[in-house]
Design a protein around this ligand. Sequence first.
Ligand code: AMP
Length: 319
Amino acid sequence: MRVQQKIFQMIQDFETIIIHRHERPDPDAIASQCGLKKILQASFPPKKIYAVGSFNDSLKFLARMDKKVNDEVYQDALVIVVDTADVARISDERFAKGKKLIKIDHHPNDDIYGDLLWVEPTVSSTSELIVHFYLTFKNKLKMTTEAARLLYAGIVGDTGRFLYPATTAKTLEIASFLLTFPFNASLISRELSTISMKVAKLSGYVYQNISVDENGAAYVLLSTKILQSYNVAEFETSAIVSLPGMIDEVLSWVIFVEKAEGGFRARLRSKGPTINEIAKRYNGGGHLLASGANAKNHEEVQKIYREIQDVAQKWRNKQ
Ligand code: AMP
């Protein structure tokens, strides 16, 4: 039996389903989680379906989490974790308390967990995967306008509005299908790309202070002092991570953001050379061209940047 069939069967077998995703959620994490929740609620009205995990209000235009999910609810529950490659990044550690566990994801399958796993690293987003799942069982599942709105937002978010190479003909076909539902797609795109004035000013700092070497390897470091001077919290920096990619001379880049608890979060991106192997060496991981890692101190910051410089140089030499 194909894994999707087994997942569908397991969903049918459980009365309570709790959907988790990764910590520090991005639009695709929230959208795939809550899009799946809306589809299952509409398709199986008697079932109790919950979405849980840490949340910050910047994505409240998409959805909110269910607050009152007590530990006892997990006893007879099926837990589905979406968009999360490794166990360490799953938000809300109670995910392990359910009766069965399913992983649905589009990151490289570096950490194999769950009773059933459906992982498709070449698919643009977990939201796109959820639509694939819906289409496979469309005779038994119901898509709603709200689910379509969420899943469209997740695809737009993870593809950078259809910019990144993971965008395929299938992605556009699925986006086109979602647009047949009467939600306001241009509002979603605007909500996803709107930034606050303080983040706009921080963007200016990024462009002013980015260092780029002769092969297009770039980095910027946002210290706590700088973040404080722009009144921007660490979690608000996600909007600026893609900015260096707009510069012609930049090939691969890393933005270091100092963490309140010490050390630096490293956010790596690339237009060509793969950078996820570098991220894995520094307590991180992710996609071939978009990864996250952690630097313990300034020395590791320099090491990560040197590794980015190496892959950029090798890439340029091959061109
Ligand atoms: P970010 O720069 O935080 O937006 O992360 C980009 C991508 O890298 C995410 O979609 C995750 O797949 C991955 N990622 C980020 N941080 C980590 C981490 N600590 N461990 C594994 N993967 C990560």
